[in-house]
Design a protein around this ligand. Structure first.
Ligand SMILES: Cc1cc2nc3c(=O)[nH]c(=O)nc-3n(C[C@H](O)[C@H](O)[C@H](O)COP(=O)(O)OP(=O)(O)OC[C@H]3O[C@@H](n4cnc5c(N)ncnc54)[C@H](O)[C@@H]3O)c2cc1C
Length: 406
């Protein structure tokens, strides 16, 4: 595919216009018209969830087949062989269209695929990466355990070598999308004698293996998008090992960087499409917004969202310009903390502005719908590493402050 950016943009714009509807600017939508639903997590029944996943898989396949599914991926693995700048240009164009929700595939695309690309052997990369990027393989992340969250290297799930395979036994928790996933990236202890970080190895587990049992966890929002996963004697062929035996911690660090940059990244991370226009419309329309304290909170929330967006864009530009940085390491933690602050400021605005309307549905349009959004906010202070953990990273690796006692 041609690397000329202008020609690429033209081709991408033609592809998108041929398949998708243009997104109507939310400011133009009349208050009270259409679906007012807005959320950070889709809370839908299992059937609708399955339909969303199928639509995501079809759209990702179309993107991949047209050369837009893995724009900066190596051509020999099915990528388009272009640059991160092309990828960003495509994302910018896509934002102008109504497109199928790709969130069910995010863990596979943004977290698992980069780890396989960086650490898998050539055979594993050829076998798994095209499927992940074409939406044929949906992946989940089997890291956290009841006794290992922030202190991830404390995982107890054990993997024992048995001929040309490994046998896994353990208990994972908070596995997003585990009930739908085809494969799971699992961190396991392969050498109980080695030091905590050295005795770990990373595997790709077949989620349909008879030794894998997935149980949903019900959330306060009513949905059940994550799970407990009980692993009892699951067999994993050695060829599905990601990185060498004992190198699991190194692989885990790659995935954690991918996760943070996905959460705090360019394009608003997990914020739903049209979020800022919806917020502006709320403040413009509701009479309660004339209260000076609410106006102050509105300014603060909108500035926080802008700070998050601009910081992510700056890191992205630095990375694409080859100036180093990018959403890696400390920058990823800063970007994720800015996302959390933007969400906290939005929550303060919504509670002040909507008051009881946020907890009691009186049937009026555009008010109670925000309760699902607000209930999703606390999750982002925890997922992908808690705020405390991100601050530790900024303090120790960014500011070079002495290590805390942990
Ligand atoms: C929406 C969501 C989706 C998730 N999806 C997945 C998934 O798909 N796969 C997966 O493996 N996991 C997933 N998780 C789990 C997530 O990674 C963990 O919840 C997170 O790492 C925190 O671990 P923990 O819950 O065990 O809390 P703990 O580690 O027990 O932390 C408890 C408290 O202690 C604080 N704390 C801990 N250590 C330190 C320290 N050194 N310094 C200062 N404070 C500290 C924490 O900040 C926190 O406030 C998900 C979580 C959420 C909320």
């Amino acid at each position: 595919m041609s690397g000329d950016l202008a020609a690429f943009r033209e081709r991408a714009a033609r592809f998108l216009a041929g398949r998708l509807e243009r997104r109507a600017p939310r400011e133009d939508a009349a208050w009270g018209e259409g679906d007012d639903r807005i959320s950070l997590f889709e809370e839908i029944d299992p059937e609708a969830e399955r339909r969303t996943l199928d639509a995501a898989r079809r759209w990702q396949r179309d993107l991949f087949d047209a050369g837009f599914g893995w724009i900066d991926g190596p051509a020999e693995l099915g990528g388009a062989g272009l640059t991160a700048e092309h990828e960003a240009a495509f994302r910018g164009l896509l934002a102008g269209f109504e497109s199928p929700d790709l969130r069910p595939l995010t863990v596979g695309l943004d977290i698992v695929a980069p780890a396989v690309l960086a650490h898998g052997d050539d055979e594993l990369k050829r076998r798994v990466l095209p499927g992940l990027h074409r939406g044929e393989l949906m992946a989940c992340q089997l890291f956290s355990e009841p006794e290992a969250g922030s202190d991830l290297a404390a995982v107890r799930t054990a993997a024992r070598r048995d001929g040309d395979a490994w046998v896994l036994n353990g208990h994972k928790v908070w596995t997003s999308g585990g009930h739908l996933a085809d494969i799971g990236l699992a961190l396991a202890r392969t050498d109980p004698e080695a030091s905590k970080h050295a005795g770990l190895t990373m595997f790709l587990v077949d989620m349909r293996d008879p030794g894998v049992r997935v149980e949903p966890i019900r959330q306060m929002t009513g949905g059940a998008s994550f799970n407990e996963v009980f692993i009892g004697g699951a067999r994993v062929p050695d060829r599905d090992r990601v990185g060498g035996p004992g190198e699991g911690w190194r692989v885990a660090l790659t995935t954690l960087l991918g996760e943070r940059s996905s959460l705090g990244g360019e394009g608003g991370g997990p914020l739903p499409a049209g979020f800022v226009p919806r917020l502006r419309q709320l403040v413009a329309v509701l009479p309660e917004a004339d209260d000076p304290l609410v106006r102050r909170d509105a300014e603060r929330a909108l500035m926080s969202v802008d700070a998050m967006r601009l910081t992510a864009e700056r890191y992205g530009e630095q990375e694409r310009g080859g100036a180093g940085g990018g959403l890696n390491g400390v920058e990823g933690s800063v970007a994720k903390l800015l996302l959390v602050r933007a969400l906290a400021d939005t929550e303060r605005l919504l509670t002040g502005l909507l008051g009881r309307g946020l907890v009691a549905d009186d049937g009026s349009w555009g008010r109670f719908c925000w309760s699902e959004f607000v209930l999703g906010i606390p999750a982002f202070s925890i997922a992908g590493g808690t705020d405390d953990v991100q601050r530790n990273i900024v303090a120790e690796r960014g500011l070079r402050l002495p290590k805390g006692a942990s």
